[in-house]
Design a binder for this molecule. Structure first.
Ligand code: ADP
Length: 479
């Protein structure tokens, strides 16, 4: 097939065993392309190639890696419109967000190009006279990267860039719904001179390709982002093989709106946090915990602004909310909307709507009069839906915020320094936002959460070195 996009194994484009057809969730008549699904045998070939390529790659030292990442960053930046367009077509993120995400990927590569030259270490005096100690960071070896569909450029970038910066070889398995963006990134990394075997792209289903990676005895570490359910499976299977694991899973992120909040700011933060990117972000504000005094004014403003959001095709510049990613995700969202009613909420919005093209369009939804014990307030929906929970005071708000299986991001809108500080210290979340949406993070600082949201050391920023290296302690006696 002429538009077949192949896997990259040992520097060669390889066919895999079948092709998967990818269609645009904004317009099902738009065929994005055909992508080759790899097999367990392909995973093994990629791992062997990676092992063989590592010694020469590591011998080149950090400058070669820094230069590669810098060239990749420039290429992504130069091709951001084309890559962003692919991202918008295959995932449904509106074009402006898709291009911004692509630029973010370039920034991440540039940041880790610098980090490749700043690998930390320590020299210490020994407790034994005449002995010196050096503590250094060493590459781990072959690393498996398993990524989700909701950030097809940024998440592969924030795993690939540190993995390569610190001298490892990788297999990247993108989510089966979004191979197109990953394929463009793979082509760039390959064309910019990454040695054969150091970067491998293996596309296809998690149940085959992902599973084979987690089971492979020569893959030393797995960095995964996806659902809590798959994360748990990987944790079990990875423990069997003593793999180093970094698992980023879901969120059910609270946003507190206190009586003393700036109403304009709170409405804007919640509109963005809950509904932008169609709510398909693990950091989305899915529980709006609102103090009684501001509740009615806040709900009136937020619901009016939510209903005015323009839902439409990702490539239409007028659209503010793109489609849901797939038929299955849309059905799941609609089931949650129905559940919210069954659980006693008043639902505003949330219905499926027709667009100008045949796509998975859904209006954003607010579930009013929700309680934190309801399933719609406990389970991650991953769609444009937010539950509104009314509370009496700050202590109640904080307790409800923390009463969750997840702990990724948590936000508060308040004019009070005292409350903001109490929240920063009291919220059980990896990321805390004051007068900012729960979603939307910088690329040079750690990302991750507590409880069921994350497992293993943090991604991004300087802390990424923890996962992508292992520590060596060297003792030497000069005589
Ligand atoms: P989502 O529901 O957001 O698609 P998943 O957890 O299903 O999240 O998928 C995240 C990534 O994990 C995808 O790349 C998917 O293919 C992969 N995956 C799914 N099942 C497995 C598995 N059993 N082993 C390894 N990877 C898997």
């Amino acid at each position: 097939m002429s538009d077949a996009h192949l896997n990259l194994i040992d520097g060669t484009w390889m066919p895999g065993d079948h092709l998967t057809e990818i269609r645009n969730p904004s317009d099902l008549s738009d065929l994005v392309g055909h992508y080759a699904a790899a097999t367990a045998g392909d995973v093994d070939r990629a791992v062997q190639a990676a092992r063989a390529a590592l010694p020469a790659w590591q011998a080149k030292g950090p400058l070669a890696r820094a230069d590669l990442l810098d060239r990749v960053a420039r290429r992504i930046e130069a091709e951001a419109e084309e890559i962003g367009r692919m991202l918008a077509r295959e995932e449904g993120k509106i074009l402006s967000e898709a291009i911004a995400e692509t630029r973010r990927a370039a920034q991440i590569f540039r940041f880790f190009g610098g980090e490749a030259l700043r690998i930390p270490g320590e020299a210490l005096a020994s407790v034994r006279p005449g002995v010196d100690i050096e503590v250094t960071r060493e590459p781990i070896g072959v690393i498996g990267l398993i990524t989700p569909w909701n950030f097809p450029a940024a998440i592969p970038a924030w795993k690939l860039a540190p993995a390569l910066a610190f001298g490892n070889a990788v297999l990247l398995k993108p989510a089966e719904m979004v191979p197109g963006t990953a394929h463009l990134l793979a082509r760039i990394i390959h064309e910019e001179g990454c040695p054969p075997g150091i970067f491998n792209l293996v596309m296809g289903p998690g149940s085959v390709v992902g599973r084979a990676m987690v089971a492979h005895s020569d893959i030393a570490a797995i960095s995964f982002t996806g659902s809590a359910q798959t994360g748990r499976m990987i944790a079990r299977a990875g423990a069997e093989g003593m793999k180093k694991l970094q698992l980023e899973m879901g969120g059910k992120n609270p946003m507190l709106v206190m009586d003393d909040a700036d109403l304009d700011l709170a409405v804007a933060a919640c509109l963005n946090g809950a509904f932008f990117s169609t709510g398909q972000r693990c950091t989305a504000s899915s529980r709006l915990i609102v103090q009684a005094g501001i509740h009615d004014a806040f709900v009136a403003r937020l619901s009016a602004e939510m209903q005015a959001l323009r839902v439409g095709p990702a490539l239409d510049p007028a659209s503010q909310i793109g489609p849901v990613v797939s038929a299955a995700q849309l059905q799941s969202n609609l089931d949650y909307v129905a559940l919210a009613r069954t659980e006693g909420c008043e639902v505003i919005g949330g219905e499926r709507v027709d667009g100008p093209t045949d796509g998975y369009f859904q209006r954003p939804a607010l579930f009013l009069n929700a309680r934190n014990a309801m399933r719609v307030a406990r389970e991650e929906i991953f769609g444009p839906c937010a539950a509104v929970i009314r509370v009496g005071d700050f202590d109640e708000a904080l307790a409800q915020a923390n009463d969750s299986d997840y702990g990724l991001s948590a936000g508060i809108c308040t004019g009070s320094l005292k409350q903001a500080r109490a929240f920063r210290h009291g919220a059980r979340a990896g990321m805390v936002m004051v007068n900012l949406p729960t979603a939307g993070v910088d690329f040079h600082v750690p990302f991750g959460g507590t409880k069921g949201s994350s497992h293993g050391s943090r991604e991004q920023g300087r802390q990424a070195v923890e996962f992508y290296t292992t520590t060596r302690t060297a003792y030497s006696f000069g005589g």
